[in-house]
Design a protein around this ligand. Structure first.
Ligand code: PLP
Length: 404
């Protein structure tokens, strides 16, 4: 109930409970770095800063919401949470938070990730969670997908359908938790931007452009929303740039309309940028960020022109990731590489125009569990893929018709 209240709250600030802060202290505040060696390699007059969320025990920003979600469920006497995961970041974060607060965690992991990312799965198991390769035969949703396509490699939308079904059929005993997209998740992530505001004030600097990669939108919103608040209060001209993959371009190419959050159509409708709830990203895409929709809050801000969006090919994202690793020493999650690509492009543009531009981006996680994707990249096996326009038009036809 506390989470539902946050979902619909219009309060500008909500206090972080003490037990949540106690857990956060292990890695928060997360570091804000200036990428001096990258700046030098690019020979740019731009100043590049990045907020590094890979210092959490799970290696990404996801514990910022997993910990409060586990805490609020524990407070209300819940013993078990079901959830889904794509790359495995969300699930390992929730598995960790569940073990801190004594909550059982059952996870539906997108089959292609389950197969490609065994170490991430092993990490979840080490935290004590149960992990299934989705689609499974345990739920009606999984069975209906497998009946149509026995070889289905799964998608985040299908995994959500399965996890929601487990909770819906439990008679209230099992609760479902989501790691992105929803308002309360974005709220929990704003600790990233709140810290960055204070850290940049220490450095006596302020960004001209704030960048994050977008899957469901939570790490981007977490960094950008506090700066959007500042811009609106102070009349600043700060730009906000969402970086997404060409293979799953919900903000740049999706339709802004009411759609389901899951594949089967069990969730309430949300007004968001969507590629269609039955969108399944191609297997050849290794860069994560595979969700068909986008957070309704980000979708609205994009529709109002407050947020810009750019889509990038996966090979250009990996190329940026390697340049970053060689200068800054951190191997980024493939998702985060899209933000790095955007930041490098901004820095190169500043060089061309001779502009002193201040760039801030979110390095949402490290890539230590994603080395298989890097292996494919080094072997020259990654191909660029652009989601076809007729497939988008087609998916749009299957979206629910809503009249107001
Ligand atoms: C989950 C994840 C993302 C994408 O999710 P958002 O909600 O858009 O932030 C990006 N980067 C990393 C490292 C992730 O684990």
């Amino acid at each position: 109930m506390a989470i539902i209240q946050q979902e619909v709250s219009a309060e500008p600030y909500i206090e972080i409970p003490d037990p949540v802060r106690q857990v956060y202290y292990q890695w928060r505040p997360s570091p804000l770095f200036r990428a001096r060696r990258l700046e030098k390699a690019l020979d740019t007059p731009a100043r590049i800063y990045y907020k590094y969320e890979g210092t959490s025990p799970a290696g990404s920003h996801k514990p910022n919401t997993a910990v409060p979600q586990a805490f609020y469920n524990k407070e209300e006497g819940i013993k078990k949470i079901s959830t889904e995961t794509g790359a495995g970041q969300w699930r390992s974060s929730l598995a960790m938070a569940g073990s801190f607060f004594g909550i059982e965690i059952e996870i539906f992991m997108v089959k292609v990730s389950y197969q490609q990312k065994p170490y991430r799965r092993n990490l979840m198991e080490a935290f004590g969670a149960t992990v299934h390769a989705s689609p499974t035969r345990l739920t009606d949703a999984g069975q209906s997908i497998l009946a149509r396509d026995p070889e289905s490699s799964g998608s985040l939308g299908i995994a959500i359908s399965e996890a929601v079904e487990v909770a819906a059929k439990s008679g209230g005993k099992v609760k479902y938790a989501l790691g992105s997209v929803l308002n309360h998740v974005l709220l929990h992530q704003t600790i990233i931007g709140e810290e960055a505001l204070l850290q940049l004030a220490h450095a006596d600097d302020y960004p001209d452009v704030v960048i994050g990669c977008t899957g469901g939108g939570s790490n981007f919103a977490g960094l950008a929303f506090p700066f959007i608040g500042e811009a609106r209060r102070k009349g600043l001209k700060t730009r906000f740039l969402a970086a997404e993959p060409m293979a799953c371009p919900s903000l740049t190419r999706g339709v802004y309309a009411y759609d389901f959050g899951d594949t089967v159509g069990m969730t309430p409708l949300m007004k968001m940028h969507s590629l269609g709830h039955d969108f399944i990203p191609p297997d050849i895409h290794s860069g994560g960020l595979r969700y068909h929709g986008m957070s309704p809050l980000i979708s609205l801000l994009h529709d109002e022109g407050i947020i810009e969006a750019q889509a990038y090919y996966q090979t250009s994202a990996f190329e940026a990731a390697i340049q970053f690793t060689r200068t800054e020493g951190i191997i980024p999650a493939p998702e985060s590489s899209h933000a790095i690509r955007a930041a490098i492009n901004e820095a190169l543009e500043a060089k061309e125009t001779g502009q002193e531009r201040v760039i801030l981006f979110n390095l949402s996680g490290h890539g230590h569990f994603d080395m298989a994707a890097y292996e494919s990249y080094f072997a020259g096996k990654l191909r660029d893929y652009e989601y076809p326009a007729d497939a988008i038009a087609d998916a749009q036809k299957r979206m629910p018709k809503v009249t107001m």
